[in-house]
Design a protein around this ligand. Structure first.
Ligand SMILES: Nc1nc2c(ncn2[C@@H]2O[C@H](COP(=O)(O)OP(=O)(O)OP(=O)(O)O)[C@@H](O)[C@H]2O)c(=O)[nH]1
Ligand SMILES: [Zn+2]
Length: 215
């Protein structure tokens, strides 16, 4: 791809117009140096024993928490879409979500509930959790995370419908800022019959509320 850089644009404009894959590379050493600078800015001595490896650890941790950028749906799916004559709701509930908010790079912790009604194709159940994981391991807002999961399933399976609900608490609202420890946010994305038919949506909502009998 050729990138034409217009002189009136700042470097930040250019960088924000690039997708993640197209961004200029930054070395790990530069990332570690940035963490070291942060520590100094916080009034710490980055050379004291407890902190001397912290830049390395922070970079490693942040890379892990955002490793969803390096994955694609095709890759994680590994072909696990099967032709099946099923047309009743499939729901995977209580999928743990550990994401990071893009505003503060602080944790978003919660659970996702994902349902679909097949239309000739089913997906390996673990792949639903893997799709959630892939999008969660990026810098996110909860709304976009919810939509991305719904859109991925819609695109892959062309099902009769998809429903995604995420319930999560944001550490940027709990530990800092407005400091509301009890607050949690619910987001949903409904596609196809879940959006068009109130009874189907209600069945889904009831199923994500009841407790499992085997627990
Ligand atoms: N819509 C949405 N907002 C989020 C999410 N994660 C964090 N936020 C919010 O993003 C907003 C950022 O607001 P700003 O005023 O720019 O930042 P701030 O000064 O740190 O805001 P406060 O948290 O109110 O102190 C805050 O209201 C956060 O609660 C998310 O997943 N979705
Ligand atoms: Zn935040």
């Amino acid at each position: 791809m050729t990138l034409s850089i217009r002189p009136e644009l700042t470097a930040a404009d250019v960088i924000s117009s690039l997708s993640h894959q197209q961004q200029p590379t930054v070395t790990e050493a530069e990332m570690m140096q940035a963490v070291r600078t942060l520590l100094i800015g916080l009034g710490e001595n980055p050379d004291r024993e407890g902190l001397k490896d912290t830049p390395k650890r922070v970079v490693k941790a942040l890379k892990f928490l955002t490793n969803g950028y390096d994955q694609s749906v095709d890759e994680l799916l590994n072909g696990a879409v099967f032709t099946e004559d099923a047309n009743e709701m499939v729901l995977v509930r209580d999928i743990d979500i550990f994401s990071s908010c893009e505003h503060h790079i602080l944790p978003i912790i919660g659970r996702a509930h994902v349902a679909y009604i097949p239309n000739g194709k089913v997906i390996g159940l673990s792949k639903i959790a893997r799709i959630c994981e892939m999008y969660a391991r990026r810098l996110q807002v909860q709304e976009r995370l919810t939509l991305q999961i719904a859109n991925a399933l819609q695109g892959l399976l062309k099902p009769q419908g998809v429903a995604v609900v995420i319930e999560a608490t944001h550490m940027c609202m709990v530990m800092r800022g407005v400091q509301k420890p009890g607050s949690w946010t619910v987001t949903s994305a409904m596609r196809g019959v879940f959006s068009e038919d109130a009874r189907t949506r209600e069945e889904f909502m009831n199923l994500i509320r009841h407790s499992a009998n085997f627990k």
